[in-house]
Design a protein around this ligand. Structure first.
Ligand SMILES: Nc1ncnc2c1ncn2[C@@H]1O[C@H](COP(=O)(O)OP(=O)(O)O)[C@@H](O)[C@H]1O
Ligand SMILES: [Mg+2]
Length: 276
């Protein structure tokens, strides 16, 4: 379990002369489950987008983003990838990105397109094997009974579980989930986090999740990487991310954002006391 899945070196990104990421360095090994945390605007989504080549870093000869054995970008230049290479990373969005008019089953099968011969993908002709695979994935997220239903009839939590099933049939070895629970009620949020944890533990898929609710990070992840104003602020075991460190991380960001309703609410007052 010591294979490097993600290696980011000297990553900086400037938007309109405003530095959004500054000299970010870290490594994530295969099978890890990492929470990427930090106040709103600290650069979490921008960092995630760099990992799949959706955003290009500043030109710098030492900057490198290396994922699953290949360079995504180097020195501020994107490196092209084959369809199959791109399938190895799954991306889960806050807003689910499902085709609402299509069935749950078809939405899951979409995850298969990049792995199919191009002609068959264009025709959308899925084989029995692929359908069985999609059904198995739906079963794992507890939605096999809804396979024939239109996606836009589902609740937010169910939609996010469909998105996870789609990443499963895509055979994504690395799953990047950007605020996957931000639009969900606490119960659905727990279900989604539980599923992500399970597929990490059972399949060994590496998972990176951005979260602005630190209690979920504490409850479901082992390691935290924290960004503050685009810089790496903390990288280590989540258990060692003390309330005092969190207080400093979210300084000026408002504690309300920190502690959203969860199973074990922590009162901001307690946090103040711990930090003081
Ligand atoms: N495409 C863009 N153009 C200009 N500024 C951007 C763009 N994307 C993000 N930013 C800025 O970068 C900063 C970090 O944004 P983001 O990565 O979305 O933070 P987070 O996900 O931690 O909330 C914010 O100040 C945001 O306004
Ligand atoms: Mg974000």
């Amino acid at each position: 379990m010591s294979l490097t899945t993600i290696a980011v070196q000297q990553l900086s990104k400037t938007f309109d002369r405003h530095p959004v990421l500054q000299d970010v360095d870290f490594e994530i090994r295969q099978g890890e489950r990492v929470a990427l945390i930090g106040p709103s605007g600290s650069g979490k989504s921008t960092l995630m987008r760099h990992l799949v080549g959706l955003t290009r870093a500043n030109r710098h000869h030492r900057c490198c983003v290396h994922v699953l054995g290949r360079d995504i970008q180097r020195g501020g230049k994107l490196v092209s990838a084959s369809r199959v290479e791109r399938c190895r990373t799954g991306y889960i969005f806050q807003q689910f990105n499902l085709a609402g008019r299509l069935s749950v089953m078809t939405n899951v099968l979409v995850g298969r397109l990049g792995r199919m011969p191009r002609w068959r993908a264009l025709l959308g002709r899925f084989s029995a094997v692929e359908r069985a695979m999609a059904l198995r994935a739906l079963k794992r997220v507890g939605l096999e009974d809804l396979a024939g239903q239109r996606a836009n009839t589902l609740s937010g939590g169910q939609m996010q579980r469909v998105a996870i099933a789609r990443a499963l049939v895509q055979e994504a070895e690395l799953i990047l989930a950007d605020e996957p629970i931000a639009s969900l009620d606490p119960r659905s949020a727990q279900e989604v986090m539980e599923i992500l944890k399970r597929i990490n533990e059972e399949d060994g898929r590496t998972i990176v999740i951005t979260l602005h609710q630190v209690e979920y990070a504490r409850g479901y992840c082992q390691r935290a990487i924290a960004l503050k104003q685009g810089r790496l602020y903390y990288d280590g075991p989540i258990a060692e991310l003390t309330d005092a460190r969190l207080q400093a991380l979210y300084d000026n960001a408002g504690l309300n954002e920190l502690y959203q309703p969860t199973t074990t609410p922590v009162k901001p007052a307690t946090l103040h006391a711990a930090a003081g």
